[in-house]
Design a protein around this ligand. Structure first.
Ligand code: GDP
Ligand code: IMO
Ligand code: MG
Length: 429
């Protein structure tokens, strides 16, 4: 039996939450290892909708759920989310939920800075979720973050606050903003500390124990490879590494623990926020994908940009992230299209490319080369076996598999947990 690492192989919102929830009942622990509450993972179970941003998607099925050290944690957002889920009947206690005590915190000053920078950037903005993710990661690598474990030592926080505020006050002055209100920040931290500390622990120890007992761990990625700070469409990316390797460093386990890498791939392409998107459609096909796929962001409610499937990008993501197999989601959204297109290469100033170039100007300029396939008029929505899929849908899935050079392990045909087709169990090597 293997552990499984779930990552998004496009620009996020591929359906990771649904697949993690589906797999969670077979796992003994689910671990978030990067990102923060910029993520929006939607689960639908018997018609009940659960929206998770920070909590691992395993929490809904009652599986031990862990927030690893690689996550940036907004304690107030956490409290809101825990309370919301509890009101939906989900049980959350220190038995089934733990937070790494070395997690850096997202503070209100990070959200301020995120907003100020985006507003100042005008049309050059990244289109962030406004959650303070980037500024919080900056403070982590800048060695001035306040971390979960500091919440137990707030009386000794002054030297750390000096470092942090010296940095932020200078930045804030540049935006004509007043200095950080230190008293208020400390008061707020004092108030929220007991809630967070209830779950805080060195989770690497807990995970070591889980591993030793031979239990299965499911690592839940957020965002997608194309938003990775190294490998994505820089600078239009998030501020963490979203690739599978982060599962190890972001949870406190070694690289030999990540197991089967399951790339979640949408049957077409979407993106929220700014940045290049070669197969983006601004015609009726794009509109139809958005409407049929309900492509509105879970976190910000923004309309997602939509386009055809880009096999070049996904092949690249799979290679970079060592994807063992993919879960192809939202196949049902393509039902009823007379023809569907797949991007198989790019044209850039007269040259043919079989990869996505690194430079932003090249990324913006590449023109997709399409292969057109016959669509299918039958419905795939809710299909639970491969044999139930129309012949042309099967042809599409097989062509995707061939082009991305990675096998399909799962197919998803609706938002519902059980509308999932298993072709290869990722937990079994
Ligand atoms: P995540 O961020 O990768 O977890 O994805 P999101 O939850 O942000 O977005 C995926 C959306 O598609 C959610 O609303 C899901 O409920 C929905 N979804 C997931 N899988 C399928 C599928 O196979 N078909 C359809 N129609 N919707 C799906
Ligand atoms: P899930 O886990 C889609 C995008 C933002 C923006 C860029 C930077 O639901 O797939 P940030 O707030 O992280 O600094 O924003 O990244 N982004 C996402 N897009 N899905 C997500 O998460 C995202 N998280 C961040 O829209 O373009
Ligand atoms: Mg999402």
């Amino acid at each position: 039996m293997s552990n499984v690492t779930v990552i998004g192989a496009q620009w996020g919102d591929e359906g990771k939450g649904k697949i993690v929830d589906w797999l969670a009942s077979r796992a003994d622990a689910v671990v978030r290892f990067q990102g923060g509450h910029n993520a929006g993972h939607t689960l639908v179970i018997d018609g009940n909708v659960f929206k998770l941003s920070l909590l691992p998607s395993g929490i809904v099925s009652g599986t031990l759920s862990i927030i690893g050290n690689g996550v940036v944690l907004d304690p107030w957002a956490l409290k809101d989310e825990v309370e919301k889920l509890e009101s939906q009947g989900v049980e959350i206690s220190d038995d089934n939920f733990a937070i790494a005590d070395n997690c850096p915190l997202i503070l209100p000053i990070h959200r301020d800075l995120d907003g100020l920078r985006e507003a100042a950037a005008g049309s050059g903005k990244i289109g962030t979720t406004g959650r303070g993710i980037g500024p919080a990661y900056e403070d982590k690598v800048g060695r001035r973050a306040i971390r979960v474990c500091d919440l137990a030592h707030l009386d000794g926080l002054e030297p750390q606050l000096d470092r942090l505020c010296a940095h932020h006050d200078a930045l804030r002055a540049g935006f004509d903003e007043p200095p950080v209100d230190r008293e208020r920040l400390l008061d707020d931290l004092r108030e929220i500390a007991p809630f967070v500390l209830r779950f805080a622990q060195p989770v690497w120890k807990r995970l070591k124990k889980v591993r030793k007992a031979g239990a299965k761990i499911l690592f839940e990625g957020a965002q997608g490879v194309l938003l990775d700070v190294d490998h994505g469409t820089y600078p239009f990316v998030t501020s963490s590494n979203t690739v599978s390797g982060t599962a190890a460093s972001g949870s406190g386990l070694g690289p030999n623990s990540t197991g089967f890498v399951l790339g979640i791939v949408k049957a077409y392409t979407t993106r929220v926020g700014s940045g290049p998107f070669p197969t983006e459609l601004d015609d009726s096909d794009g509109q139809r994908l958005g409407e049929r796929g309900h492509e509105f962001g879970t976190v910000t409610g923004r309309q997602r940009r939509c386009g055809w499937f880009d096999a070049v990008l996904v092949r690249q993501s799979c290679a970079i992230s060592g994807v063992t197999g993919i879960a192809l989601t939202k196949v049902d959204v393509l039902d009823g299209f007379e023809t569907v297109k797949v991007c198989t290469g790019y044209r850039l100033r007269g040259k043919i490319l079989d990869y996505f170039p690194s430079h932003a100007a090249d990324q913006a300029e590449v023109e997709p080369i399409y292969e057109e396939m016959e669509g299918w008029s039958e419905s795939t929505a809710g299909a639970r076996s491969y044999a139930d899929l129309p012949a042309n849908a099967i042809k599409y899935i097989q062509r995707v598999q061939e082009l991305i050079e990675t096998p399909v392990a799962l197919v998803s045909t609706s938002p519902e947990r059980d509308d999932t087709i298993l072709m290869k169990d990722p937990f079994v090597d």
